[in-house]
Design a protein around this ligand. Sequence first.
Ligand code: ATP
Ligand code: MG
Length: 217
Amino acid sequence: MSCSINLKNISYKTDTKKIFSNISLDVSHEEKVAIIGANGSGKSSLLKIIAGLLIQTEGELYLFHNKIDKLKDFKKFRSDLGYLPQDVSDHFLCPTVIEDVMFALRAKGIEKDEAYKQSINILKELGILHLENRNIYDLSGGEQKIVALAGILITKPKILLLDEPTNALDESAENKIIDILNSINKSMVIVSHHKTFIDRLTPTIYCLESSSLNNIN
Ligand SMILES: Nc1ncnc2c1ncn2[C@@H]1O[C@H](COP(=O)(O)OP(=O)(O)OP(=O)(O)O)[C@@H](O)[C@H]1O
Ligand SMILES: [Mg+2]
């Protein structure tokens, strides 16, 4: 089966601390994989390694069967990866919601009118059209999270890497996200502490511990 992501014996250490070691994971084409684990177990660090924001201290990472050794190797895959950070507060590039969501499409050369139309559609789909002209930095944490997700989904990346996509979201917003993610056939790695949310997305759940990533099903 064709794989989008392969991690082979990945370890990650900071200057002072070993976070995890010998982690292996294969994510197939269009497979959704969830990762749970205790606070500080390294879930966000692992997602950042896959997203090209950190480099592992040991082990091998492959994206679409291409070995990634350096941050430079991510360049040609950057637009294939849609990464939602755990903390989105410094994720935004434009002052208003509509400008920020349009920005990613404009950067890909899409005309302003078309970018606007698509942005309005994703805001509607996510139930946040009423936020269109709001200043991003006046939004609540949950509102910011869903706007950040809109800006990622709109570019239709081949792989979605979502770090706690529903933390701070109310039930209605969470349900909308579940519907949207279930309607998208893409490879996804979803980090979450919300077991009920994960169970509605995928049966493939791993638990990250210091030296293992165990399938818990
Ligand atoms: N740059 C860094 N320098 C030192 N320690 C770091 C650094 N980055 C992360 N850590 C530590 O690595 C560990 C793993 O952090 P990480 O954010 O990956 O955990 P997590 O599993 O996502 O936790 P949470 O569930 O709280 O989000 C933590 O103990 C954190 O303090
Ligand atoms: Mg985290």
